[in-house]
Design a protein around this ligand. Sequence first.
Ligand code: RNT
Ligand code: ZN
Length: 418
Amino acid sequence: MAKNYGAAKAAYAAYGVDTDKAIETLKKVPVSLHCWQGDDVIGFDHDGPLTGGIQTTGNYPGKAKTPEELFADMDKVLSLCPGAKKINVHACYAIFEEDGFVDRDKIEPRHFKKWVEFAKERNMGLDFNPTFFSHPKVKDGLTLSSPDEETRNFWIEHGKACIRISQYFAEETGIPCVMNIWTGDGFKDVPADRMGPRMRYKESIEAILSEPYDFNKVKPCVESKVFGIGVEAYTAGSAEFALSFAAAHKEKCLPLMDNGHYHPTEVVSDKIPALLCFFPELALHVTRGIRWDSDHVVVLDDETKEIAKEIVRNDALDRVYIALDYFDAAINRVSAWTTGFRSMQKALLIALLTPNAMLKELQDKSQFTKLMAMHEAVKCLPFGEVWEQYCEECGVKGENEWFEEIEKYEAEVQSKRA
Ligand code: RNT
Ligand code: ZN
């Protein structure tokens, strides 16, 4: 048992919170680990730069350049993170091997066999993403919303191929696969036609979703965005567009909210309960934007905690698919991955350790003075001791120990890479 767990358990019990129960619940909540933190969102199917209005900054040495290196790095991360995991794969991480390259409109399940093996050996599910960026067929910054029919069709075929691969992932792992559609389609400067691209985007996503799939196994999502780099004036997949699309196609897709994709004073934590009133399920990209969609590593900040709280206190752990989405190339990437995953887990644990029923009751009885006092009191509970216990039970290192593993891995593995 972690050193001070007994005392912590008693402190929480005084608020009617069962710490053992919180730990057991958290062990079963899957968080999807994004493969793209390991190599700055590059993948294996092209040499070109990252496009689509997103950007990694920094040039920290030791990045993974092959599937073997990426898998090894992910394994290191997994060994340092407590809790249930899924792996989130982007289509540009297809592994071609001997059969040779095929373009994105022609990718098949066999190009992801290694990912399936990786996941199955570790008892994890897989999520998937078509890659609508970093590719010569992105025409004038547009894919699914392009006025050029050939361009649109190429990307529709890509989307359909990804549905088939998602179905394969779900069938192989026995765990539903969340397949997220995000494009950076938009304009740098004021457009003359805002609706045309959106109508084409709508029809293109509908065409992708006409590919047959079992909605119990494949969960297509549409992710919105406010703007991207070089695409400041207009984004086809805006918040209203994506949410309305999902609402109009509730029987076959979900909305996905990335908390870096809104105006800086908007918060996704407040949007979660709003969407839960209407959607049976929804999906999240948890990230940390600093001033813009900068995709900084997730840390245990107020909004991460608030997001976790909204999921937990609305009893929605089985209705919200939680995935991470950040990419920092300025620090050790394995450490970045680990810090972000552990932070999300901490936020969920704090949410599970919150006396939510008591706080809600105060609100409903309009006891707002006491509610404020209790909100503040709860912040002083010894969460860190419960976290150490959770890490111990999950067989991973505690807060003051895991970083040594990063230093060792960097010295022995990452620093030796060409
Ligand atoms: C970009 C979106 C998108 C990507 C990934 C790599 O702004 O957040 O989800 O980060 O698809
Ligand atoms: Zn995202």
